[in-house]
Design a protein around this ligand. Structure first.
Ligand code: GLU
Length: 304
């Protein structure tokens, strides 16, 4: 079966199944989305794109953007980043504070909120205009100058971001945040508010499938070694406390967000992105997870 036929048939099959998930409500602006949106896109390293459903409609990529901010920070400070954030799965929800106190303000990994907040702190220390420069970086990876922050999402997160504020304060007390707390939160919320469609997301993440090189102009963004490390972090930490289950069932490095998106990377072959806003109990897209599982099973194309 060819890729387009496979995506069409998986899309139809899963679209008509009951959805046991729930849209994230703790960010009020996210509640406004039509919960039945559903899209999937496959982008190969040979630049062929296949899609089904709402794969060209933009949504809030939320935590998926943490991979992009990590990429920029690694390129700015190199391995020194690992003195301030770890690379182990947390086994706890993405916004858990418990481990952070035991581990003296050093977050387990850059994919959980505390880790991404430290990454933002690093970007602020290194960049003159962090919000502008981060967006320019994402636009370059996406080869698309229309990618933008959603200011309504930023405001909505700020108004209800009590837990993220607690994370930054706790880490500041352990001296793992160097800049002003409000500045760190402001950059973090902007990064989470980026919107992309499944197709734009797959295309942006192609560099991780392509050894660190952009497919549209052959520019090297990451060394092979750093690409390996980022894929490894996605594999172990990219799906909240369901990364084990995702490795077990899908078998690819991936990253999810509370907007209902998941992107998965097959090094050397493709990126696949899905969007369906209803989330399972662990915070991952319920239907998104299912379609990815069935795709890698049908194509026998996991990394294992
Ligand atoms: N902006 C969200 C938060 O800070 C990101 C959560 C996510 O997508 O995992 O809670």
């Amino acid at each position: 079966m060819n890729h387009q036929e496979l995506l069409d048939s998986l899309y139809q099959k899963i679209k008509n199944k009951p959805d046991k998930g729930k849209v994230a409500k703790y960010i009020p602006e996210l509640k406004k989305i039509n919960p039945d949106k559903f899209g999937v896109n496959l982008f190969t390293t040979t630049c062929k794109s296949y899609g089904a459903g709402d794969y060209q409609e933009r949504f809030s990529i939320q935590s998926i953007a943490k991979v992009l901010s990590l990429t920029l920070a690694i390129n700015l400070v190199g391995k020194k980043i690992w003195n301030r954030v770890g690379v182990e799965p947390s086994g706890d929800p993405f916004n858990s504070l418990v481990q952070l106190e035991f581990e003296k303000g050093i977050p387990r990994n850059p994919m959980i909120n505390s880790g991404a907040l430290v990454v933002c702190d690093i970007l602020i220390s290194k960049l003159k205009e962090p919000k502008k420069e981060f967006l320019a970086f994402v636009r370059k990876l996406a080869n698309n100058n229309t990618i933008a922050y959603n200011k309504k999402i930023v405001a909505s997160e700020k108004a209800f971001g009590f837990k993220n504020t607690a994370h930054v304060n706790l880490m500041k007390s352990f001296k793992n945040i160097k800049n002003e707390i409000d500045e760190v939160l402001d950059l973090y919320y902007h990064i989470c508010s980026i919107e992309m469609s499944c197709e734009e997301l797959s295309k942006t993440f192609l560099l991780y499938a392509n050894g660190g090189v952009l497919t549209h102009n052959n520019e090297r963004i990451l060394t092979v070694s750093r690409t390996k490390r980022i894929n490894a972090i996605m594999q172990l930490c990219g799906l909240y406390d369901e990364a084990g289950e995702f490795s077990f069932k899908v078998g690819l490095p991936g990253k999810s967000g509370v907007g209902g998106g998941i992107v998965a990377v097959h090094p050397g072959k493709y990126c696949i992105s899905v969007w369906s806003p209803k989330l399972n109990k662990k915070g991952n897209s319920y239907k998104g997870f299912q379609i990815l599982e069935q795709f890698t099973t049908e194509t026998e194309s996991s990394i294992f």
